[in-house]
Design a protein around this ligand. Sequence first.
Ligand SMILES: [Fe+2]
Ligand SMILES: [Fe+2]
Length: 134
Amino acid sequence: MKMFRTGLKSMDDGHMMVLRVLEEISRDIAVSDRDEARRKALLLARCLYAHFQDEEELMMSFFYPRAGTHIENHNAALTSVFAFVDAMESEAWTAAAENMIRELKTGFFDGLLRDDVEVARYMGGLRETSGMAA
Ligand SMILES: [Fe+2]
Ligand SMILES: [Fe+2]
């Protein structure tokens, strides 16, 4: 997976945390521990929710013009994770968990990261024009 940094520590830390939980879920799948995988998937949803809230507050504080679509993408990601958590109650939980990991890593996670990089660039531009310290 293409992993790139936004340059904003709190954002990058949030993304690393999400990736760590995904790795842990992969390990739970490998040892067929559905309960633990589901518990971690819920933890993942909680991490994502907290991370998205932080980003949304940041965007609002800077009057970020593309906050609307960015927030829509956050909500779509969370909705998708909850659908996978539900699907992990079924017999096909392994496939659901694997699809969740794949989707987060290759699909919208790349899109979400792109959104975040744009926010970081926008903030960097504001700093340059206003002379704010980094
Ligand atoms: Fe974001
Ligand atoms: Fe993010």
